[in-house]
Design a protein around this ligand. Structure first.
Ligand code: FAD
Ligand code: NAD
Length: 465
């Protein structure tokens, strides 16, 4: 009889976990995946990437029709919002994709163990009432919304909500206050602004989108302001009381100062996410967490307990689905005795607003700390396709090492920046110089030509400027 029930048990079926499970099965291992949610796909497919993009896509069409962008192209329409139908198409997208993972599990013979998993020892977990043993256990439990002390989220009431509640609002708020000018605040704030809400974004820091290149942060602020979002930067929310359908928020300057009260019929708390480790029984295997609550691993994604591995939002690094997926593939390959590597220096990040905001590698400030650099910025206004499509906002910025010309970072604000950034990732993964990008033929007319021109600009030779 086999020593263990499985070669690999994955805990959590988000992009980190389900991908690890499928890859391990593809490599010939006997695999199970435990998931406490009713459906597979984790945060990303159920309440994250996919439903938010469904609402962003639909609201973008509505906004284009309502704000005159369609009329500018000779299409006169008077849009009428059918919010229940917009929600239905969101749920359709989620249902189709989560069922798709179920199909892939069956196809690859991954056993789905339904229930919450908790460690008994380094090779044994309980999943609900069952006990499962495995030679290797991968923790891929993801993350949850960080609460703001003193502010109670109640998604059912719909007045003070987190991202899950903000995806499901039954009516367009009159005034939505978004706490946190990060990715969720800007994406979901944009959805409801486009559908007619007045949106105020309160950000603790003196600029939105922390972690992104400084030029990108400033320019994004201008673009969102032009779109009608009001920013209160350098401001902290100190309390919130709800009466009926109205929330009263107290806030003051982050550095301290005079208090202000703001009323809203919807408040979105989006100040970050924290790793899920509660109730996992880590104490039973002698595994701790770091100061940020994350599980530390080595480069192969093995924890300090040799049979226990971890990937995705629960370990250090950006909380992004594609980072979790790549780690899921790598961990499965390492468990199978292959060499699975993730280059954490080349993980793109994208904000799916209109225009999209994307970046990979170092910001200008980070690059300057490491040595002399050259930078070049090419405006989308000078890109023929963007100009023709009435999408003048944004730019592409290339940051290269002054001596070797190696590309250190690429940042873009453009309608399709999320797609454009893949080129920069490939270039950086292959150790490209700005000259390599500049002398690569790009199809005309495409937004991607702006990346080529920005690269040409590093040596001072863009054509269309
Ligand atoms: P998760 O997707 O969180 O999955 C973990 C799973 O583990 C969950 O299903 C959970 O139920 C389960 N679980 C937890 N504990 C246990 C247990 N003890 N037993 C059994 N199961 C357990 N990222 C992007 O890259 N692009 C985007 O556009 C994007 N949009 C987002 C929009 C929103 C609104 C949110 C909230 C997030 C978004 N993200 C996006 C982030 C992305 O969703 C996460 O980075 C990604 O889901 C992390 O994958 P994961 O596998 O580590 O964890
Ligand atoms: P975030 O870390 O992106 O932004 C949180 C913001 O809240 C920061 O700007 C921070 O300064 C601010 N903040 C913190 N405390 C505050 C306070 N008390 N008052 C006011 N502002 C405060 O977090 P998020 O937007 O909640 O997103 C969580 C995670 O989900 C992110 O790590 C992100 O990577 C991921 N996500 C990714 C995407 C995407 O890839 N498109 C979309 C959504 C979410």
């Amino acid at each position: 009889m086999a020593e263990f029930d499985y070669d690999v048990l994955v805990i959590g079926a988000g992009p980190g976990g389900y991908v690890a499970a499928i890859r391990a099965a593809q490599l010939g291992l006997k695999v199970a995946c435990a998931e406490s949610r009713e459906t597979l796909g984790g945060t990303c497919l159920n309440v994250g990437c996919i439903p938010s993009k469904a609402m962003l896509h639909a609201s973008e069409y509505f906004d284009a029709a309502a704000n005159g962008a369609m009329a500018d192209m000779g299409i006169d329409v008077a849009p009428k919002l059918n919010l229940p139908k917009m929600h239905d198409q969101r749920l359709d997208a989620v249902g189709g994709l989560t069922k798709g993972i179920e199909f892939l599990f069956k196809k690859n013979k991954v056993d789905w163990k339904k229930g919450r998993a908790s460690f008994v020892d380094a090779n044994t977990v309980t999943v609900g009432d069952a006990t499962v043993t495995a030679k290797n256990i991968v923790i891929a439990t993801g993350s949850s919304v960080t609460p703001l002390p003193g502010i109670d989220v109640d998604n059912d009431k719909g007045v003070v909500v987190d991202s899950t509640g903000a995806l499901e609002l039954g009516k367009v708020p009159k005034h939505m206050v978004v706490i946190g000018g990060g990715v969720i605040g800007l994406e979901l704030g944009s959805v409801w602004r486009r559908l007619g809400a007045e949106v105020t974004c309160v950000e603790f820091l003196d600029q939105i989108l922390p972690g992104m290149d400084e030029d990108v942060r400033k320019e994004s602020n201008k673009i969102f302001t032009k779109q009608g979002i009001t920013f209160k930067l350098g401001t902290k929310v100190t309390g919130c009381s709800v009466r009926g359908k109205t929330a009263s928020l107290t806030m003051e300057p982050s550095a301290g100062g005079e208090e202000e009260v703001m009323k809203a019929d919807c408040v979105l708390v989006s100040i970050g996410r924290r790793p899920n480790t509660d109730g996992l029984g880590l104490e039973n295997i002698g595994l701790g967490v770091n100061q940020r609550g994350q599980i530390e691993t080595d480069h192969s994604f093995c924890t300090k307990v040799p049979s226990v591995w971890a990937v995705g939002d629960v370990i250090p690094g950006p909380m992004l689905a594609h980072k979790a997926e790549d780690e899921g593939i790598a961990v499965a390959e390492n468990i199978a005795g292959q060499i699975g590597i993730v280059n954490h220096d080349v993980i793109p990040s994208v904000v799916y607003t209109m225009p999209e905001i994307a970046g990979v590698g170092l910001t200008e400030a980070q690059a300057k700390e490491r040595g002399a650099i050259k930078t070049s910025k090419f405006p989308m206004m000078a890109n023929s396709r963007a100009k023709t499509n009435h999408e003048p906002d944004g730019f592409v910025k290339v940051i290269a090492d002054a001596e070797t010309d190696r590309v250190l970072g690429v940042w873009a604000i453009a309608s399709v920046a999320g797609t454009m950034i893949a080129e920069a990732c490939i270039a950086m993964e292959f150790g490209a110089t700005s000259e390599d990008i500049a002398y690569t033929c790009h199809a005309h007319p495409t937004h991607a030509e702006a990346t080529k021109e920005a690269a040409m600009g590093v040596r001072g030779k863009p054509i269309h400027m």
